[in-house]
Design a binder for this molecule. Structure first.
Ligand code: ADQ
Length: 458
Protein backbone atom coordinates (compact mmCIF):
# COMPACT_ATOMS: atom_id res chain seq x y z
CA UNK A 1 0.00 0.00 0.00
CA UNK A 2 1.31 3.46 -0.86
CA UNK A 3 1.83 6.41 1.37
CA UNK A 4 -1.12 8.33 2.82
CA UNK A 5 -0.90 12.06 2.17
CA UNK A 6 -3.26 14.45 3.97
CA UNK A 7 -3.60 17.98 2.61
CA UNK A 8 -5.29 20.80 4.50
CA UNK A 9 -5.20 24.57 4.63
CA UNK A 10 -3.43 24.51 7.97
CA UNK A 11 -0.83 21.95 9.05
CA UNK A 12 -0.66 20.53 12.57
CA UNK A 13 2.18 21.93 14.65
CA UNK A 14 5.61 20.59 13.91
CA UNK A 15 6.26 19.81 17.60
CA UNK A 16 2.90 18.15 18.32
CA UNK A 17 1.70 21.00 20.59
CA UNK A 18 -2.03 21.63 20.25
CA UNK A 19 -2.72 18.16 18.82
CA UNK A 20 -5.39 17.46 21.38
CA UNK A 21 -8.39 18.42 19.27
CA UNK A 22 -9.83 17.72 15.90
CA UNK A 23 -8.32 16.28 12.79
CA UNK A 24 -4.86 15.47 14.09
CA UNK A 25 -6.28 13.07 16.66
CA UNK A 26 -8.49 11.60 13.95
CA UNK A 27 -5.71 10.93 11.51
CA UNK A 28 -2.65 10.33 13.67
CA UNK A 29 -3.00 6.54 13.77
CA UNK A 30 -3.65 6.12 10.06
CA UNK A 31 -0.70 8.40 9.31
CA UNK A 32 1.78 6.72 11.61
CA UNK A 33 0.78 3.21 10.43
CA UNK A 34 1.40 4.08 6.80
CA UNK A 35 4.44 6.35 7.08
CA UNK A 36 2.13 9.23 6.30
CA UNK A 37 2.70 12.80 5.32
CA UNK A 38 0.59 15.85 6.21
CA UNK A 39 0.87 18.82 3.88
CA UNK A 40 -0.51 22.11 5.13
CA UNK A 41 -0.01 25.86 5.18
CA UNK A 42 2.84 27.24 7.27
CA UNK A 43 1.65 29.16 10.35
CA UNK A 44 3.23 32.38 9.00
CA UNK A 45 3.27 33.88 5.53
CA UNK A 46 6.54 34.81 3.88
CA UNK A 47 7.49 37.69 1.54
CA UNK A 48 9.67 35.27 -0.42
CA UNK A 49 8.00 31.86 -0.18
CA UNK A 50 10.01 28.79 -1.08
CA UNK A 51 8.93 26.97 -4.24
CA UNK A 52 9.36 23.65 -2.45
CA UNK A 53 7.54 22.11 0.47
CA UNK A 54 9.39 22.45 3.73
CA UNK A 55 9.68 19.03 5.47
CA UNK A 56 9.71 18.33 9.22
CA UNK A 57 9.82 14.85 10.79
CA UNK A 58 7.62 14.29 13.85
CA UNK A 59 7.84 11.00 15.74
CA UNK A 60 4.43 9.94 14.44
CA UNK A 61 4.38 11.32 10.88
CA UNK A 62 6.04 13.77 8.56
CA UNK A 63 4.83 17.32 7.94
CA UNK A 64 5.43 19.39 4.82
CA UNK A 65 4.60 23.10 4.97
CA UNK A 66 3.74 25.35 2.06
CA UNK A 67 4.31 29.07 2.29
CA UNK A 68 2.35 31.90 0.70
CA UNK A 69 3.01 35.61 0.28
CA UNK A 70 0.86 37.67 2.72
CA UNK A 71 -1.18 39.25 -0.07
CA UNK A 72 -1.85 35.95 -1.83
CA UNK A 73 -2.81 34.38 1.48
CA UNK A 74 -5.24 37.23 2.23
CA UNK A 75 -7.00 36.94 -1.12
CA UNK A 76 -7.09 33.14 -1.06
CA UNK A 77 -7.99 32.62 2.60
CA UNK A 78 -9.81 35.67 3.94
CA UNK A 79 -10.97 36.55 0.42
CA UNK A 80 -12.26 33.70 -1.70
CA UNK A 81 -12.38 30.98 0.98
CA UNK A 82 -13.99 32.99 3.75
CA UNK A 83 -15.74 35.87 2.03
CA UNK A 84 -17.18 33.91 -0.91
CA UNK A 85 -17.23 30.16 -0.27
CA UNK A 86 -17.89 30.13 3.48
CA UNK A 87 -20.95 32.44 3.33
CA UNK A 88 -22.28 30.82 0.13
CA UNK A 89 -21.94 27.27 1.39
CA UNK A 90 -23.61 28.31 4.65
CA UNK A 91 -26.54 29.79 2.74
CA UNK A 92 -25.60 33.42 3.59
CA UNK A 93 -25.53 34.70 0.03
CA UNK A 94 -26.19 38.20 1.39
CA UNK A 95 -22.68 38.17 2.88
CA UNK A 96 -20.77 37.11 -0.24
CA UNK A 97 -18.09 39.62 -1.25
CA UNK A 98 -17.10 38.87 -4.84
CA UNK A 99 -13.77 40.30 -6.05
CA UNK A 100 -12.04 39.08 -9.23
CA UNK A 101 -8.64 38.89 -7.54
CA UNK A 102 -10.06 36.57 -4.86
CA UNK A 103 -10.94 33.77 -7.28
CA UNK A 104 -7.64 34.23 -9.14
CA UNK A 105 -5.72 33.84 -5.86
CA UNK A 106 -7.75 30.75 -4.95
CA UNK A 107 -6.87 29.01 -8.20
CA UNK A 108 -3.26 30.15 -7.99
CA UNK A 109 -2.78 28.57 -4.56
CA UNK A 110 -4.21 25.25 -5.79
CA UNK A 111 -1.98 25.34 -8.90
CA UNK A 112 1.12 26.11 -6.92
CA UNK A 113 0.43 23.54 -4.26
CA UNK A 114 -0.34 20.90 -6.91
CA UNK A 115 3.08 21.53 -8.52
CA UNK A 116 4.78 21.02 -5.18
CA UNK A 117 2.79 17.88 -4.37
CA UNK A 118 3.16 16.34 -7.83
CA UNK A 119 6.93 16.17 -7.30
CA UNK A 120 6.62 13.90 -4.28
CA UNK A 121 3.63 11.56 -4.69
CA UNK A 122 3.66 8.09 -6.24
CA UNK A 123 1.01 6.20 -8.21
CA UNK A 124 0.17 3.83 -5.36
CA UNK A 125 -0.20 6.64 -2.80
CA UNK A 126 -3.51 8.00 -1.53
CA UNK A 127 -4.17 11.71 -1.20
CA UNK A 128 -6.90 12.97 1.14
CA UNK A 129 -7.72 16.65 0.66
CA UNK A 130 -9.66 18.53 3.33
CA UNK A 131 -12.22 21.24 2.99
CA UNK A 132 -13.42 24.16 0.93
CA UNK A 133 -10.14 26.06 0.79
CA UNK A 134 -8.66 23.43 -1.55
CA UNK A 135 -11.47 22.24 -3.85
CA UNK A 136 -9.50 22.64 -7.14
CA UNK A 137 -6.50 20.61 -5.94
CA UNK A 138 -7.39 17.28 -7.62
CA UNK A 139 -8.10 19.10 -10.89
CA UNK A 140 -4.66 20.72 -10.80
CA UNK A 141 -2.95 17.47 -9.79
CA UNK A 142 -4.62 15.56 -12.65
CA UNK A 143 -3.42 18.22 -15.10
CA UNK A 144 0.10 17.44 -13.93
CA UNK A 145 -0.42 13.71 -14.55
CA UNK A 146 -0.85 12.58 -10.93
CA UNK A 147 -2.63 9.20 -10.98
CA UNK A 148 -2.86 8.48 -7.23
CA UNK A 149 -6.31 8.03 -5.72
CA UNK A 150 -7.53 11.39 -4.47
CA UNK A 151 -10.33 11.79 -1.94
CA UNK A 152 -11.95 14.98 -0.67
CA UNK A 153 -13.89 15.64 2.51
CA UNK A 154 -16.05 18.74 2.89
CA UNK A 155 -16.25 19.73 6.56
CA UNK A 156 -18.86 22.43 6.01
CA UNK A 157 -22.33 22.12 4.47
CA UNK A 158 -23.11 21.99 0.79
CA UNK A 159 -26.25 24.05 0.05
CA UNK A 160 -28.92 23.40 -2.55
CA UNK A 161 -28.28 24.10 -6.23
CA UNK A 162 -29.87 27.59 -6.27
CA UNK A 163 -27.73 28.78 -3.38
CA UNK A 164 -24.61 27.15 -4.86
CA UNK A 165 -25.24 29.12 -8.05
CA UNK A 166 -24.64 32.37 -6.17
CA UNK A 167 -20.93 31.59 -6.39
CA UNK A 168 -19.84 33.11 -9.71
CA UNK A 169 -17.52 30.14 -10.39
CA UNK A 170 -20.12 27.49 -9.47
CA UNK A 171 -19.75 25.48 -12.68
CA UNK A 172 -16.00 25.44 -12.44
CA UNK A 173 -16.17 24.35 -8.81
CA UNK A 174 -18.59 21.52 -9.63
CA UNK A 175 -16.18 20.37 -12.34
CA UNK A 176 -13.30 20.46 -9.85
CA UNK A 177 -15.27 18.35 -7.37
CA UNK A 178 -15.91 15.77 -10.09
CA UNK A 179 -12.13 15.31 -10.51
CA UNK A 180 -11.88 13.50 -7.18
CA UNK A 181 -12.21 9.72 -6.92
CA UNK A 182 -14.09 9.91 -3.63
CA UNK A 183 -16.18 12.77 -2.28
CA UNK A 184 -17.13 12.64 1.38
CA UNK A 185 -19.82 14.82 2.95
CA UNK A 186 -21.03 15.13 6.52
CA UNK A 187 -24.71 14.35 6.02
CA UNK A 188 -27.35 12.81 3.77
CA UNK A 189 -28.71 16.34 3.39
CA UNK A 190 -25.45 17.53 1.79
CA UNK A 191 -25.10 14.35 -0.26
CA UNK A 192 -28.52 15.00 -1.79
CA UNK A 193 -27.43 18.53 -2.68
CA UNK A 194 -24.22 17.26 -4.30
CA UNK A 195 -26.09 14.74 -6.43
CA UNK A 196 -28.43 17.47 -7.61
CA UNK A 197 -25.56 19.83 -8.41
CA UNK A 198 -23.81 17.13 -10.45
CA UNK A 199 -27.02 16.22 -12.30
CA UNK A 200 -27.69 19.78 -13.34
CA UNK A 201 -24.18 20.98 -13.97
CA UNK A 202 -22.37 17.99 -15.46
CA UNK A 203 -25.24 15.72 -16.53
CA UNK A 204 -24.15 13.31 -13.80
CA UNK A 205 -26.06 10.06 -13.54
CA UNK A 206 -26.74 8.42 -10.22
CA UNK A 207 -25.82 4.71 -10.40
CA UNK A 208 -27.53 1.94 -8.40
CA UNK A 209 -24.46 1.72 -6.12
CA UNK A 210 -24.99 5.37 -5.08
CA UNK A 211 -22.02 6.69 -7.06
CA UNK A 212 -22.17 9.18 -9.88
CA UNK A 213 -21.27 8.61 -13.51
CA UNK A 214 -19.76 11.83 -14.87
CA UNK A 215 -18.07 12.16 -18.25
CA UNK A 216 -17.48 8.42 -18.57
CA UNK A 217 -15.94 7.91 -15.12
CA UNK A 218 -17.34 7.03 -11.73
CA UNK A 219 -17.06 9.37 -8.78
CA UNK A 220 -17.63 7.58 -5.48
CA UNK A 221 -19.89 9.53 -3.10
CA UNK A 222 -20.30 8.90 0.59
CA UNK A 223 -21.71 10.35 3.77
CA UNK A 224 -19.15 10.26 6.62
CA UNK A 225 -20.35 12.16 9.71
CA UNK A 226 -17.23 13.38 11.53
CA UNK A 227 -16.94 12.83 15.27
CA UNK A 228 -14.60 13.29 18.22
CA UNK A 229 -12.41 11.08 20.39
CA UNK A 230 -15.43 10.24 22.53
CA UNK A 231 -13.74 8.21 25.28
CA UNK A 232 -10.74 10.55 25.44
CA UNK A 233 -12.97 13.60 25.81
CA UNK A 234 -15.13 11.89 28.42
CA UNK A 235 -12.00 11.09 30.43
CA UNK A 236 -10.88 14.73 30.27
CA UNK A 237 -14.24 15.72 31.75
CA UNK A 238 -14.11 13.06 34.49
CA UNK A 239 -10.56 14.04 35.48
CA UNK A 240 -11.42 17.74 35.38
CA UNK A 241 -14.47 17.28 37.59
CA UNK A 242 -12.32 15.57 40.21
CA UNK A 243 -10.26 18.79 40.47
CA UNK A 244 -13.02 21.41 40.22
CA UNK A 245 -16.16 22.23 42.18
CA UNK A 246 -19.50 22.54 40.34
CA UNK A 247 -21.05 26.00 39.87
CA UNK A 248 -23.49 27.32 42.48
CA UNK A 249 -26.41 27.77 40.03
CA UNK A 250 -27.35 25.42 37.18
CA UNK A 251 -25.68 26.58 34.02
CA UNK A 252 -26.49 26.66 30.33
CA UNK A 253 -23.42 26.57 28.10
CA UNK A 254 -22.63 27.65 24.55
CA UNK A 255 -19.20 27.15 22.96
CA UNK A 256 -18.64 28.38 19.41
CA UNK A 257 -16.18 30.23 17.25
CA UNK A 258 -17.67 33.70 16.94
CA UNK A 259 -19.14 32.99 13.51
CA UNK A 260 -22.42 34.16 11.97
CA UNK A 261 -23.28 30.58 11.04
CA UNK A 262 -23.46 29.53 14.70
CA UNK A 263 -26.72 31.33 15.52
CA UNK A 264 -25.40 33.20 18.56
CA UNK A 265 -27.81 36.17 18.48
CA UNK A 266 -30.70 33.74 17.95
CA UNK A 267 -29.56 31.77 21.01
CA UNK A 268 -29.49 34.91 23.15
CA UNK A 269 -32.92 35.99 21.89
CA UNK A 270 -34.27 32.57 22.86
CA UNK A 271 -32.69 32.87 26.32
CA UNK A 272 -34.11 36.39 26.73
CA UNK A 273 -37.58 35.09 25.83
CA UNK A 274 -37.13 32.28 28.35
CA UNK A 275 -36.18 34.68 31.16
CA UNK A 276 -39.02 37.06 30.38
CA UNK A 277 -41.62 34.27 30.41
CA UNK A 278 -40.19 32.33 33.36
CA UNK A 279 -39.23 34.89 36.02
CA UNK A 280 -39.02 32.11 38.61
CA UNK A 281 -35.75 31.04 36.93
CA UNK A 282 -34.15 34.49 37.29
CA UNK A 283 -31.28 34.22 39.80
CA UNK A 284 -31.47 30.44 39.53
CA UNK A 285 -29.75 29.80 36.22
CA UNK A 286 -27.04 31.42 34.08
CA UNK A 287 -25.80 31.24 30.52
CA UNK A 288 -22.06 30.90 29.93
CA UNK A 289 -21.15 31.72 26.34
CA UNK A 290 -17.58 31.03 25.26
CA UNK A 291 -16.92 32.47 21.82
CA UNK A 292 -13.30 32.91 20.76
CA UNK A 293 -12.47 35.37 17.97
CA UNK A 294 -12.07 34.06 14.45
CA UNK A 295 -11.41 35.69 11.03
CA UNK A 296 -11.47 39.11 12.69
CA UNK A 297 -10.34 40.83 9.49
CA UNK A 298 -13.54 39.99 7.62
CA UNK A 299 -16.26 42.64 8.11
CA UNK A 300 -19.11 40.15 8.63
CA UNK A 301 -17.23 38.83 11.68
CA UNK A 302 -16.86 42.28 13.25
CA UNK A 303 -20.63 42.70 12.90
CA UNK A 304 -21.47 39.43 14.64
CA UNK A 305 -19.24 40.35 17.56
CA UNK A 306 -20.92 43.67 18.10
CA UNK A 307 -24.40 42.08 17.76
CA UNK A 308 -23.57 39.50 20.38
CA UNK A 309 -22.07 41.99 22.81
CA UNK A 310 -25.04 44.29 22.38
CA UNK A 311 -27.51 41.48 23.12
CA UNK A 312 -25.57 40.15 26.10
CA UNK A 313 -25.43 43.70 27.52
CA UNK A 314 -29.15 44.17 26.96
CA UNK A 315 -30.08 40.92 28.73
CA UNK A 316 -27.73 41.63 31.65
CA UNK A 317 -29.12 45.16 31.95
CA UNK A 318 -32.72 43.97 31.78
CA UNK A 319 -32.61 40.99 34.13
CA UNK A 320 -29.32 41.20 36.08
CA UNK A 321 -29.06 42.01 39.78
CA UNK A 322 -26.14 42.86 42.05
CA UNK A 323 -25.76 39.15 42.85
CA UNK A 324 -26.61 37.64 39.48
CA UNK A 325 -25.34 38.07 35.89
CA UNK A 326 -27.65 36.27 33.44
CA UNK A 327 -25.08 36.05 30.60
CA UNK A 328 -21.39 35.47 31.15
CA UNK A 329 -19.48 35.97 27.92
CA UNK A 330 -15.86 34.92 27.37
CA UNK A 331 -14.27 36.06 24.14
CA UNK A 332 -11.27 33.74 23.99
CA UNK A 333 -10.26 30.11 23.50
CA UNK A 334 -9.93 27.86 26.54
CA UNK A 335 -7.79 24.73 27.05
CA UNK A 336 -9.68 21.56 26.11
CA UNK A 337 -9.61 20.12 29.64
CA UNK A 338 -11.21 23.30 31.02
CA UNK A 339 -13.84 23.12 28.30
CA UNK A 340 -14.57 19.46 29.09
CA UNK A 341 -15.31 20.15 32.74
CA UNK A 342 -17.39 23.23 31.91
CA UNK A 343 -19.56 21.04 29.68
CA UNK A 344 -19.85 18.39 32.38
CA UNK A 345 -21.03 20.92 34.93
CA UNK A 346 -23.60 22.48 32.60
CA UNK A 347 -27.20 21.40 32.94
CA UNK A 348 -27.97 22.39 29.34
CA UNK A 349 -25.79 22.49 26.19
CA UNK A 350 -27.03 25.05 23.66
CA UNK A 351 -25.99 24.36 20.06
CA UNK A 352 -28.07 26.56 17.76
CA UNK A 353 -26.35 27.04 14.37
CA UNK A 354 -28.32 28.36 11.41
CA UNK A 355 -26.41 25.96 9.16
CA UNK A 356 -23.47 23.74 10.14
CA UNK A 357 -21.60 20.88 8.46
CA UNK A 358 -21.63 18.77 11.63
CA UNK A 359 -20.93 20.68 14.89
CA UNK A 360 -18.50 18.94 17.20
CA UNK A 361 -19.55 20.95 20.24
CA UNK A 362 -22.81 18.95 20.31
CA UNK A 363 -20.78 15.72 20.47
CA UNK A 364 -18.31 17.08 23.03
CA UNK A 365 -21.17 18.16 25.29
CA UNK A 366 -22.70 14.67 25.26
CA UNK A 367 -19.34 12.93 25.72
CA UNK A 368 -18.53 15.09 28.77
CA UNK A 369 -21.74 14.38 30.74
CA UNK A 370 -21.98 12.37 33.94
CA UNK A 371 -24.18 9.44 32.92
CA UNK A 372 -25.66 9.25 36.44
CA UNK A 373 -26.94 12.84 36.26
CA UNK A 374 -26.55 14.03 32.67
CA UNK A 375 -27.40 17.41 31.20
CA UNK A 376 -29.64 17.98 28.19
CA UNK A 377 -28.50 18.91 24.68
CA UNK A 378 -30.56 21.50 22.78
CA UNK A 379 -29.63 21.15 19.12
CA UNK A 380 -30.54 23.07 16.00
CA UNK A 381 -32.30 21.15 13.26
CA UNK A 382 -29.81 22.79 10.87
CA UNK A 383 -26.67 21.30 12.44
CA UNK A 384 -25.41 18.25 10.54
CA UNK A 385 -25.25 16.55 13.95
CA UNK A 386 -29.07 16.59 14.14
CA UNK A 387 -29.21 13.73 11.61
CA UNK A 388 -27.58 11.40 14.13
CA UNK A 389 -28.60 13.00 17.44
CA UNK A 390 -32.37 12.85 17.40
CA UNK A 391 -32.45 12.21 21.17
CA UNK A 392 -31.40 15.80 21.75
CA UNK A 393 -34.12 18.46 22.02
CA UNK A 394 -34.22 19.51 18.37
CA UNK A 395 -35.17 23.16 17.81
CA UNK A 396 -35.56 25.77 15.11
CA UNK A 397 -33.01 28.47 16.04
CA UNK A 398 -34.94 31.14 14.12
CA UNK A 399 -37.85 30.83 16.53
CA UNK A 400 -37.04 32.35 19.97
CA UNK A 401 -40.16 30.73 21.43
CA UNK A 402 -38.98 27.28 20.36
CA UNK A 403 -35.58 27.91 21.97
CA UNK A 404 -37.21 29.29 25.13
CA UNK A 405 -39.56 26.30 25.42
CA UNK A 406 -36.67 23.87 24.97
CA UNK A 407 -34.65 25.61 27.72
CA UNK A 408 -37.57 25.27 30.10
CA UNK A 409 -38.16 21.62 29.12
CA UNK A 410 -34.46 20.85 29.57
CA UNK A 411 -34.27 22.49 33.01
CA UNK A 412 -37.38 20.65 34.19
CA UNK A 413 -36.64 17.29 32.57
CA UNK A 414 -36.90 14.38 35.03
CA UNK A 415 -33.72 12.41 35.73
CA UNK A 416 -35.04 9.22 34.10
CA UNK A 417 -35.68 10.99 30.80
CA UNK A 418 -32.32 12.75 30.91
CA UNK A 419 -30.59 9.42 31.44
CA UNK A 420 -32.54 7.73 28.69
CA UNK A 421 -31.78 10.49 26.15
CA UNK A 422 -28.14 10.74 27.14
CA UNK A 423 -27.71 6.96 27.09
CA UNK A 424 -29.00 6.76 23.52
CA UNK A 425 -26.84 9.67 22.36
CA UNK A 426 -23.70 8.42 24.09
CA UNK A 427 -23.93 4.84 22.90
CA UNK A 428 -24.31 6.01 19.30
CA UNK A 429 -21.30 8.31 19.68
CA UNK A 430 -19.17 5.65 21.30
CA UNK A 431 -19.60 3.44 18.23
CA UNK A 432 -19.18 6.34 15.82
CA UNK A 433 -16.13 8.15 17.10
CA UNK A 434 -13.52 9.96 15.05
CA UNK A 435 -11.43 6.82 14.51
CA UNK A 436 -14.51 5.21 12.98
CA UNK A 437 -14.92 8.26 10.73
CA UNK A 438 -11.38 8.29 9.34
CA UNK A 439 -11.27 4.50 8.96
CA UNK A 440 -14.54 4.52 7.00
CA UNK A 441 -13.30 7.22 4.62
CA UNK A 442 -9.89 5.60 4.07
CA UNK A 443 -11.45 2.18 3.53
CA UNK A 444 -13.60 3.61 0.74
CA UNK A 445 -10.61 5.35 -0.83
CA UNK A 446 -8.52 2.20 -0.62
CA UNK A 447 -11.29 0.12 -2.20
CA UNK A 448 -11.17 2.41 -5.23
CA UNK A 449 -7.47 1.82 -5.50
CA UNK A 450 -7.93 -1.95 -5.42
CA UNK A 451 -10.59 -1.77 -8.11
CA UNK A 452 -8.22 0.25 -10.22
CA UNK A 453 -5.37 -2.26 -9.82
CA UNK A 454 -7.67 -5.11 -10.91
CA UNK A 455 -8.77 -3.13 -13.92
CA UNK A 456 -5.15 -2.48 -14.92
CA UNK A 457 -4.33 -6.21 -14.72
CA UNK A 458 -7.11 -7.21 -17.11
P1 ADQ B 1 -16.10 24.60 13.16
O1 ADQ B 1 -16.97 25.55 12.42
O2 ADQ B 1 -14.89 25.17 13.76
O3 ADQ B 1 -15.70 23.34 12.27
P2 ADQ B 1 -17.23 22.80 15.31
O4 ADQ B 1 -17.52 21.50 14.70
O5 ADQ B 1 -18.27 23.23 16.29
O6 ADQ B 1 -17.09 24.00 14.31
O7 ADQ B 1 -15.85 22.69 16.04
C1 ADQ B 1 -15.37 23.71 16.85
C2 ADQ B 1 -14.25 23.18 17.73
O8 ADQ B 1 -13.62 24.30 18.33
C3 ADQ B 1 -14.77 22.28 18.85
O9 ADQ B 1 -13.88 21.21 19.02
C4 ADQ B 1 -14.75 23.21 20.06
O10 ADQ B 1 -14.49 22.57 21.28
C5 ADQ B 1 -13.61 24.14 19.73
N1 ADQ B 1 -13.84 25.44 20.39
C6 ADQ B 1 -14.87 26.28 20.17
N2 ADQ B 1 -14.78 27.31 21.02
C7 ADQ B 1 -13.71 27.12 21.79
C8 ADQ B 1 -13.09 27.83 22.87
N3 ADQ B 1 -13.57 28.98 23.34
N4 ADQ B 1 -11.99 27.31 23.41
C9 ADQ B 1 -11.48 26.17 22.94
N5 ADQ B 1 -12.01 25.45 21.96
C10 ADQ B 1 -13.11 25.92 21.39
C11 ADQ B 1 -15.95 22.91 10.93
C12 ADQ B 1 -17.42 22.85 10.51
C13 ADQ B 1 -18.20 21.98 11.48
C14 ADQ B 1 -17.58 20.60 11.58
C15 ADQ B 1 -16.08 20.71 11.83
C16 ADQ B 1 -15.39 19.34 11.73
O11 ADQ B 1 -17.97 24.16 10.46
O12 ADQ B 1 -19.57 21.87 11.07
O13 ADQ B 1 -18.17 19.88 12.63
O14 ADQ B 1 -15.46 21.56 10.89
O15 ADQ B 1 -15.63 18.76 10.48
Amino acid sequence: MGRLVIVSNRAPSVDGAGDSGGLVVALKDALSQQGGLWIGGAPKQSENPADELNFHQRPDFEIALFELEPELYRDYYLGYSNSVLWPALHGRVDLIDVQPHYSAAYRKVARRLARQIARIVTHDGMIWVHDYQLIPLAHELRKLGVTSRIGFFLHIPLPDLQTFKAIPEWQELAGCLADYDLLGLQTQRDLGHLINIFRHTLRGELRPNGNMGINGREVVLGCFPISIDVRGFRQLAVDGAARTAPPSVPRLIGVDRLDYSKGLPQRLLGYETFLSQNPEFCNKVGLLQIAPPTRDDVDAYKAIRSDLEHLAGRINGRFGTIEWTPVQYIHRALPRDDLAVLYRYSRVGLVTPLFDGMNLVAKEYVAAQDEADPGVLILSQFAGAAEEMSDALIINPHDPQDVADAIRTALQMPLAERRQRHGALYSHLEKHDVAHWSAAFLKRLLAIEKADAEWLER
